[in-house]
Design a protein around this ligand. Structure first.
Ligand code: SF4
Length: 494
């Protein structure tokens, strides 16, 4: 079966026995824990939409390995059209869930490993690519939810992996056996990690030859011995458990339910190992992943911002300000900021080019520009939303105020604005805006897929400043090479 149903996805999580902790407590079943439910619901949507004929074009693709219809989240990009469709899929999912739907990290990791294993084999005569294709065939036929794990804890930031006081600050191989390897360390910020079937472990940085124990890429089943998930907390997550009008996004999470994943001497058999000691390919693997993932943000954040713009516009109706020209101009500015990032993500995809392995890469300059814009535009869109929604966002009373008869009447009476809407309508909208412009969501926009400086390094490298200087010199001092054309200040006859 190549397309799981949402019910099958939830059941597969119930069947999975993993070691996971939420708020310090070990939990029995990921699929039955209320703190994880919003994130599972979000991923379930990705499975559900693939079964809907009206979304099949963006949500599914044809496997280049088997010819079967598969989920686009398990597909290797083979054309600029594939890249564009991915961005369209992300915007659609963003519009429907209003949050992070988590599967993109695994998708980009699949593509990065597909390209990197091809490169390693071409350079070193290894057999990783064939092994990876066999793995990919299983991922596609089982429609697996994969978490991509790249960010190491990193310890002292001024020291390289091998120089750390604690050598486990970067995931490393601690034992090489005839049948596989044993890995130790941890990966942080793993989007959707706790509700995934498998984790794709990759190095998080370029490595030197003497750092070969840190050069490891492999697939680890979530239930493997020694894997421990420690679920992170999000803004106002305990409110989700209360119900009522204080929640914000009642069905889905705030960003991607990130978790720390610890690898406490985890054995990985050879058929799940895709890079083992080839340090010189780690940098390009990281680069493949980061470039694809940075372009994504124009799609998913575009969809999320559509919902935020909608919530803000609705809030202006609740306040009675919707016809005001200044209000409409600020909404227009939010739209402008959002479409700017979406357009650059589509541009990066449309300008994609084939890699030697046949997979399609997005335009690196545009992809990094997308992410750089996200680190600014998401804040600016949030700022405008706060501006239009007003200070009540930060001071609104909670759901329980309506339950106390001594104050309920006051809260209702003084929390209303336009009498067509009730106090709870205003609070529900306000909580959603609060969720989507909170520290968690803004920090994710800032640091997800790499901090702003990481993109600026690539942008400057890609820009070819010397070529631009040459252009300027030619325009300013170059000779006109078209005979007979007048130059400014001179007639043709002169
Ligand atoms: Fe996908 Fe966006 Fe979430 Fe990244 S932040 S996993 S691109 S939805």
């Amino acid at each position: 079966m190549s397309l799981k149903t949402p019910e099958e996805y939830v059941q597969s999580l119930k069947d999975l026995k993993i070691r996971a902790y939420v708020n310090g407590e070990r939990i029995e079943s990921v699929a039955d824990h209320p703190a994880i439910a919003p994130h599972i619901n979000t991923v379930a949507k990705t499975y559900q939409l693939a079964h809907q004929p009206e979304h099949a074009d963006v949500m599914t693709a044809t496997s280049h390995l088997t010819g079967e219809q598969i989920h686009r989240y398990t597909h290797i990009f083979h054309s600029a059209d594939d890249l564009v469709k991915k961005i369209q899929m992300l915007r659609l999912l963003g519009q429907i869930t209003g949050t992070c739907f988590q599967r993109c990290v695994g998708l980009d990791a699949l593509n990065a490993l597909y390209a990197a294993t091809y490169d390693i084999d071409a350079g070193e005569g290894t057999g990783y690519h064939e092994r990876f294709r066999a793995y990919l065939t299983r991922v596609q036929s089982d429609d697996l939810m994969l978490a991509g794990a790249m960010t190491d804890p990193k310890g002292h930031r001024a020291l390289r992996p091998g120089q750390q006081e604690d050598p486990d600050q970067f995931v490393r191989v601690v034992e090489r056996r005839d049948d596989g390897v044993v890995i130790r360390g941890a990966k942080l910020h793993n989007t959707g990690g706790i509700n995934s079937h498998e984790i794709l472990v990759m190095p998080g940085t370029g490595l030197k030859e003497e750092e070969r124990d840190y050069a490891i890429a492999c697939a680890v089943p979530a239930g493997a011995d020694g894997v421990v998930f420690i679920f992170g907390r999000q803004s106002n997550d305990s409110r989700k458990l209360e119900g009522g009008c204080d929640i914000g996004n009642p069905r889905f999470g705030v960003v991607g339910g990130e978790a720390m994943v610890v690898f406490d001497d985890v054995f990985v058999p050879h058929d799940q190992v895709f890079l083992n000691g080839e340090t010189s390919y780690c940098g390009s693997l990281v680069n493949y992943f980061a470039t694809w993932h940075r372009a994504n943000y124009g799609g998913c954040k575009g969809g999320n911002a559509d919902v935020l713009i909608g919530a803000t516009a609705k809030m202006t109706k609740v306040l009675g300000t919707e016809k005001n020209a200044v209000v409409r101009d600020k909404l227009t500015e939010m739209i402008h900021l959002n479409e700017t990032t979406y357009a650059s993500a589509i541009g990066a995809s449309a300008m994609g080019y084939p890699l030697p392995c046949g997979a399609y890469m997005v335009d690196p300059m545009m992809a990094n520009t997308v992410k750089q814009n996200i680190t600014r535009n998401t804040y600016q869109i949030g700022r405008l939303s706060h501006d239009l929604a007003g200070g009540f966002l930060a001071t609104m009373p909670g759901e329980r105020s309506f339950e106390n008869p001594e104050i309920a009447e006051y809260v209702e009476k003084y929390s209303r604005a336009n009498p067509e809407y009730g106090a709870k309508d205003r609070i529900k909208l306000g909580r959603y805006i609060e969720n989507m412009t909170s520290v968690t969501t803004l920090v994710e926009a800032m640091h997800g897929a790499g901090s702003p400086q990481a993109q600026r390094i690539v942008m400057l490298g890609q820009a070819d400043i010397d070529k631009k200087i040459y252009m300027a010199e030619q325009v300013i001092d170059g000779d006109d090479d078209v005979e007979g054309l007048p130059l400014p200040g001179k007639s043709v006859s002169e």
